[in-house]
Design a protein around this ligand. Structure first.
Ligand SMILES: CC(C)(COP(=O)(O)OP(=O)(O)OC[C@H]1O[C@@H](n2cnc3c(N)ncnc32)[C@H](O)[C@@H]1OP(=O)(O)O)[C@@H](O)C(=O)NCCC(=O)NCCS
Length: 180
């Protein structure tokens, strides 16, 4: 499964992607701002993650799309974007993502998120996408706002990082409010 845009291709990951996933996921901020990505992040962590993704790729119908973000100019995966908990009855799903440190603030996650939202709304015919980001995660909260997500609340003490309890914003986007 592949979704192609200007600079990137969203694609199902394979075991060949383990090295580039391990290199890019091995980053303090990715651990800090996400729920369960380990730090440090080893090649073995990447292989286990990919094996889990490959099992999910075989589900029919699929309940998730964990896409690698393949940068055309470097011919490698530099991040991940995930549509998960796809609920076809109620036409909704969750979204999550990360991108390697040196590829940030170049608009690449905006491009990946637009591609995934187009796919979710137009191909999968979903109606609602939900996301969460730690209050202090400026980049992720900016991304949600940019696409028209509505902040629906705050989850108090949702994550514990470095022994400190962290609040997270909850966001949702209805298809009719999607700003492309
Ligand atoms: C959050 C993250 C995915 C953003 O990716 P990115 O490729 O840098 O995002 P973009 O370049 O497309 O930027 C999107 C918008 O957010 C803004 N932004 C990005 N990082 C920012 C930061 N650290 N502070 C303030 N604004 C930021 C950009 O200016 C841009 O706004 P604009 O389109 O109005 O100019 C990336 O920083 C990351 O992977 N962080 C670590 C993991 C993580 O936080 N994952 C999400 C968990 S909820």
């Amino acid at each position: 499964m592949k979704l192609i845009s200007k600079r990137i291709i969203l694609k199902d990951v394979t075991i060949k992607d383990a090295k580039s996933i391990a290199e890019n996921a091995n980053d303090y901020d990715i651990w800090y701002f996400t729920e369960s990505i380990p730090h440090p992040y080893s090649l073995e962590n990447a292989k286990k993650f990919i094996r889990d993704c490959m099992k999910k790729q075989r589900e029919k119908p699929r309940k998730s799309y964990g896409f690698g973000i393949f940068l055309k100019s470097e011919k490698k995966i530099i991040g991940m974007i995930d549509l998960f908990k796809i609920d076809r009855m109620h036409k909704k799903a969750g979204i999550g993502y990360w991108i390697g440190k040196k590829y940030r603030k170049l608009g690449l996650m905006s491009e990946a998120e637009k591609t995934l939202l187009d796919f979710a709304f137009n191909k999968l015919k979903l109606n609602k996408i939900k996301g969460e980001a730690m209050v202090e995660n400026k980049g992720s909260n900016a991304l949600f706002k940019k696409f028209g997500f509505r902040k629906t609340g705050i989850f108090k003490e949702e994550l514990i990082k470095k022994g400190k309890k962290k609040d997270a914003y909850h966001w949702e986007l209805l298809k009719r409010n999607y700003k492309k």
